[in-house]
Design a protein around this ligand. Structure first.
Ligand code: EPZ
Length: 420
């Protein structure tokens, strides 16, 4: 088991180039299943993460040839496409569900174990399956496996998503890519990561585009050619490092980012009194006194991202005044609250809301990471706490953050990894 040991009280100072987005890299990699025989995808700015390694293993089992060279992935379709992937691999991460749509579209049949993921919620895939069924697939779930099959090609359909699910939007787009006819997805997710996928598929020759903010129109193709595209910057990793800069009372600039993808976070940092500035591809924060309490609600993009909720809670734990965080996306994403309390945070939970009474300082403690964002939040809390914080189960953090400990150390943090 991996641990991250943090000695608090050292301000972070400096510049960091931010990784490519995990939640864009995974769907882009899954789209390689749609490639015509002999065609290849070249994906740049791929982050070096455990979840990316898992997706490489999954695609290789399906029959694609994948080579990772630093932050570049070259994925080719040699013609063989197996539609069965072992449970052990599929259960490792939620992103594995993203092979359902392209496999169904390509092979007309897919049998996969129900996906795994973080303990932040039940993570159903009913919206994904509803879209596939509307496009003509027969769906059955038994013994923990989901089977979708269709006689001939999927057919274009009109799909209304009850919730603008990111994964359902991405899976239905990829199912529609080789379907016969036109698919319209209404109330589709607006996340930038979805747009990265739309841009790639368009480069691959697919007729796809947005009709307004929340409607996506796809006209199925007979086959898709190879293409290359960079993965967009990781707005969640960028936000995590900015919050680390504030909590450590330092000054941090993140580069290779897209500030227009981070407006909800930047607005909250400004509202809490953080000295925030930005340019075309960078954002900088400078500690300018104890942050003030704020109220925030997690929402689908462009609202405040649920993936930064735990990190903001760590910051608000030491803010002046009482803050409120409403988590509306996942039903169990407050597991970091009990760990922050061990560090002296004053937080009460009332249903989907957390009431955070800011304290002047946290104290170091032994804490446990429950998911990748909670783990990162606890490291951030340790940067500001008096004394030593030991975050165990830190392997969660490696799923979403490239060189997290090395990056923080390079900015001046006293942080190290301990294995075992
Ligand atoms: C993606 O998960 C991200 N993961 C998550 O990031 C992120 O938190 C989430 O979007 C929201 O932005 C990847 O992109 C790999 P959803 P996803 O479908 O697609 C419910 C991280 O930390 N729902 O938008 O699974 C679901 O239960 C991870 O990087 C259904 O009810 O999110 C949840 O309450 C965590 N039925 C809500 O919608 C469905 O069929 C949002 O889920 C699908 C989802």
């Amino acid at each position: 088991m991996s641990k991250i040991v943090v000695e608090g009280g050292w301000p972070l100072e400096g510049v960091l180039k931010v990784q490519g987005a995990k939640n864009a890299a995974l769907p882009l990699m899954a789209a390689s299943i749609l490639l015509g025989e002999g065609e290849s995808l070249c994906l740049e700015n791929i982050p070096y993460l455990k979840d990316v390694e898992t997706m490489v293993e999954i695609l290789s089992i399906i029959g694609l040839s994948v080579s990772l060279d630093g932050n570049k992935a070259l994925i080719s379709n040699s013609g063989v496409v197996n539609e069965e992937v072992p449970y052990e691999l599929m259960r490792r991460m939620r992103g594995s569900v993203l092979i359902l749509g392209p496999l169904l579209s390509k092979k007309g049949k897919v049998v996969l174990p129900m996906p795994g993921g973080c303990p932040i919620g039940s993570r159903p895939i009913d919206l994904h399956l509803k879209g596939f069924a509307l496009m003509g697939a027969e769906i059955s779930i038994s013994h923990g496996y989901v089977e979708a099959r269709t006689n001939g090609r999927l057919k274009g359909a009109k799909v209304y998503l009850d919730f603008p699910s990111v994964g359902a939007t991405e899976n239905i787009i990829m199912a529609a890519a080789l379907a016969k006819g036109t698919t319209v997805i209404e109330n589709a997710a607006r996340e930038p990561e979805v747009n990265n996928l739309i841009d790639l598929l368009s480069k691959m020759g697919l007729d796809i585009g947005r009709d307004g903010d929340s409607t996506i129109v796809i006209t199925g193709a007979d086959g898709l050619r190879g293409a290359s595209i960079p993965v967009i910057p990781d707005r969640i990793a960028a936000g995590t490092y900015l919050i680390a800069g504030v909590m450590s009372r330092g000054r941090v600039r993140v580069e290779k980012v897209n500030p227009s993808h981070m407006e909800a976070l930047l607005a909250k940092l400004v509202e809490s009194g953080v000295d925030t500035s930005y340019g075309e591809d960078w954002v900088e924060v400078c500690y300018s006194g104890r942050p003030k309490a704020v109220k925030l609600t997690t929402l689908p993009y462009p609202g405040f991202p649920t993936d930064l909720q735990a990190q903001m809670m760590a910051l608000l734990s030491i803010a002046e005044g009482t803050s409120v965080i409403n988590e509306t996306i996942f039903e169990n994403r407050f597991m970091h609250v009990s760990e922050l309390r061990r560090m002296g945070a004053m937080i009460e939970i009332e249903g989907g809301s957390a009431i955070i009474k800011g304290v002047s300082s946290l104290t170091g403690a032994q804490v446990v990471a429950t998911d990748l964002r909670a783990g990162a939040a606890l490291v951030l809390a340790g940067l500001s706490a008096a004394g030593i914080t030991v975050v165990s189960n830190a392997q969660h953090v490696d799923r979403g953050y490239e060189s997290f400990v090395e990056n923080l150390s390079a900015l001046g943090a006293r942080v190290r990894r301990e294995e075992g």
